[in-house]
Write a protein of this length. Sequence first.
Length: 515
Amino acid sequence: MEAQQKNRRDRLVVTNPITGAEIGDYPVMSSGEVAALVVAAREAQAEWSQLSLGHRAKSLRSLRRLIYDRADEIADTIRSETGKVKGEALAETVIGCEMATFLARKAPRVLRARGASPGAFTHRSARVVYEPFGVIGAITPWNYPFAISMSVIGTSIAAGNAIVLKPSEYTPATGMLAVELAAEATGMGDLVQLATGDGRTGAALVESGVDKIAFTGSTASGAKVMEAAARSLTPVVLELGGKDAMIVCGDADLERAARGAVWSAMYGCGQTCMAVERAYVVDEVYDEFVEHVVQLARRVRASDEPEAMIGSLIADFQRDRVASHVEDARNKGARVLLGGRALDEPGYFYAPTVVVDVDHGMTIMNEETFGPVLPIMRVADEDEAVRLTNGNPFGLDASVWTRSRDRARRIAGQLNVGAVVVNDHLINYAIADLPFGGVGHSGFGRVHGLEGLREFVRPKAWVEDRLAFGQEPHWFVEGSNGEEFTGNLLTFRHGRGPLRRLAAGLRVVRGMITR
């Protein structure tokens, strides 16, 4: 079968990963074309930014309704480009609706100007206003093409920005649909622009003069984006890869933990940045846990049939990567208890795989696999599990499985990751009020939550007169270096004893009046 996507005379020809049928033909936009999109978006943003927060919230509520009404169409488009099963594709619309609902409810309050304490300058008033950046350049991946695109679109417009969206070359139709929905919801056709193309188009977007870049993708690609953005000092938020760890304690509910492990490792065919990619299980329960996992994973079916639990990998390059990780582990002494092979049928299906006797000398425990593979490692205790988790440069999510809340919190507090889930995994991304992002090679900055919303605005400090004087006490006075005033101010604000502070305060006021 041909690769899912290819270039034909600067056109993207997209094919269904399962059938190989051509499903779309899109332009590979040049740097000039991308620059024109940015100009159009900037003109629309000038109008959009002047509309009230309430108006933006109304548009977001409209966006939620549109996503719901067209959920089946969205899911079918996602399926045709990614090979996902229908349930996984439909879940992306749930995330889109949740995000729009959250933003509509929270943005008017979170982005409203707030008062600030003027500190020692009591005759002044101070506040913070939150202004949009202008035009956001968003580069989104193929693994969750609607949920991630809609997240950055929704957040950008909630904050008063325009956006130019460059979806993956594997999923342009899904990106186009997200842009169409935003245009209908906002009533502004130029506010959200679509830039189709490959890596050249993405590079052009980074260098197009946008005001901030939001990138979701691999760590290697994120480093290139950051390097290019640095040349123009364009700020970036990077949501990159993961190598998420699952820590199974001795008191865990093993059947539940095994069910969670199989689902978290194989949901989306494992093509999820916060999938479980390594499980650390304490020695005392290791064998029983592995037995449960194998029994459950054996029931996971990968196919394009309606009853399938997982679908196809995105393309041959991803299937080859998964196979190479499994083969490397096998060659270095690991045992493959289940799967470990590509399926002989149309598409890029890979059998659900369980690998044991793994160690950190194997690629499968160090690099992102992005496939339906669960490597399980025996550890002496929880401390070793924490050490091994933190020893990897990725730091996106992790999970702790235990019946003890105190133990869970103790372990979670030691993990160098962006999020910890207790007795589950993955679900934090679907909770719109939680910030999402990583540390280390998993990137920086946050999307989602209040923190993610404020990633897309610039806080501006604002100071105004409350009382005006002809001469401010901190300005130059001929014949003085300001020592007397500064000493009195220091004592008034931070001195010991109320009478001493009061006296100093009176001297400060007298100095302000007489100058």
